[in-house]
Design a protein around this ligand. Structure first.
Ligand SMILES: [Fe+2]
Length: 302
């Protein structure tokens, strides 16, 4: 298949998997995970619980780290319906990060012209029935799968599935909303099942969602910026500012590199000047993980 599934340039034209060896290196075993949870800084946890209505629209509850030991938290995730994200693996679990960067180099080599200038990692531990809603990442992503099975749905990166207006809002942190989602999009999904030992990547910005296939799952999500993605994110930010002032910016996919670079440079100045404040409030937590509670979500402690 040679069709590009995205309107944005980049060497990755469609979702594809690659092998990795992080499982053999022991990073997905219970003891290693429990020890990591025990020592991981509480402020680097995101704990989410997603619910969906019949139209596929999501609602989100968020959890506090709480007081469970690493082993108990692991058990709560295995029993519950939780999605637990540990940010900044590069500092939180440097041994895993070092091994993953080696694997990343091998995958990057499969895409001539791809050169990451910045990378960051999130370790995701999720319950057997957890599902991640339709969204896009303003970065390239390599999802190293370590344990369990998950199904990835990757959609075309065109205006119908990925409206630039929504991209601007996300890049400028004006909303916590995900992209608009319609069940009719399912006809357009590229569906990939991910097994331990495989790493999945997809075109820059391609919208996607995830369903766990009835097993506790562990994945390392590595996101990366290239110069082209940095330019485009900057251009999207500048466009968000223009739009907030009543303008109607052109689509970035109609812009050549010099114009994207100019808009990226403008975004740096606009950010310094505080042109658009983040509207993402520090929201209240709804629950605390608890072994044996419904969905693994217990009452907040005090
Ligand atoms: Fe994602």
């Amino acid at each position: 298949m040679t069709d590009r599934r995205t309107r944005y340039p980049g060497p990755i034209t469609q979702a594809a998997t690659h092998p990795h060896t992080l499982v053999e290196q022991g990073f997905a075993e219970d003891a290693a995970l429990a020890a990591t949870l025990d020592r991981y800084p509480p402020e680097l946890f995101d704990i989410n619980l997603y619910d969906y209505d019949e139209a596929g629209q999501v609602s989100l509850r968020t959890g506090a780290r709480g007081r469970l030991s690493g082993a108990e938290l692991l058990e709560a995730i295995k029993q519950g319906r939780l999605w637990v994200n540990l940010r900044q693996v590069e500092t939180g679990w440097p041994e895993l990060w070092k091994a993953a960067m080696k694997e990343f180099a091998a995958i990057q080599a499969a895409y001539p012209g791809m050169r990451a200038v910045k990378t960051a990692g999130q370790l995701i531990l999720s319950s057997p029935k957890a599902r991640v809603p339709y969204h896009f990442d303003a970065a390239g992503v390599v999802l190293f799968h370590l344990r369990g099975r998950k199904r990835l749905f990757v959609y075309p990166g065109d205006e119908a599935h990925l409206p630039e207006r929504n991209m601007e809002q996300v890049v400028a942190r004006q909303t916590t909303e995900e992209l608009p989602y319609d069940l009719a999009f399912e006809r357009d999904a590229q569906v990939m099942d991910l097994e331990p030992g495989r790493a999945l990547t997809w075109p820059l910005y391609a919208p996607h969602r995830v369903e766990n296939l009835d097993r506790f799952c562990v994945s390392l999500s590595m996101d990366f910026q290239t110069w082209p993605s940095r330019f485009r994110n900057g251009a999207l930010f500048t466009n968000a500012v223009i739009r907030s002032r009543g303008g109607a910016p052109r689509f970035t996919d109609g812009m050549a590199t010099p114009e994207l670079a100019a808009r990226w440079a403008a975004s740096l100045a606009l950010k310094r000047a505080g042109a658009l404040k983040s509207r993402i409030a520090h929201f209240e937590r709804d629950f605390e993980p608890e072994v044996g509670a419904a969905d693994g979500a217990g009452a907040l402690g005090r």
